[in-house]
Design a protein. Structure first.
Length: 107
């Protein structure tokens, strides 16, 4: 079975920091912050095998760039698969109730 290298964009890294900070500091739930980040990290690492298991996004602009989404614990991991490089590029991690289409593709 083919294995893929996982790369995380600076934006996605910043998203992880923001998620952890919000849960830890604003919600005052340090244990929940650590658990949530661990679940997100585990989900990202799971993409090293069969990253195509998630369908292309239906949004025409995002499908055009072959964007996919993996849902985990109220968050969405947005990524693209680069078959030529055997690589999964994670470019954003957003809270699922946000208007992610306008965030990922602003007008």
């Amino acid at each position: 079975m083919q294995k893929y290298k996982i790369t995380v964009s600076p934006l996605a890294q910043s998203d992880m920091i923001d998620i952890g900070s919000y849960i830890m500091l604003d919600l005052q739930e340090p244990e929940l912050a650590l658990k949530t980040l661990a679940h997100i990290e585990k989900a990202m690492q799971s993409l090293f095998q069969m990253p195509q298991r998630q369908p292309l996004l239906k949004n025409a602009r995002l499908a055009h760039i072959a964007a996919r989404m993996l849902a985990v614990r109220g968050y969405s991991i947005f990524y693209m698969v680069d078959e030529a490089k055997n690589e999964v590029n994670i470019y954003r991690i957003l809270y699922r109730r946000r208007d992610w289409e306008s965030i990922l593709w602003p007008q």
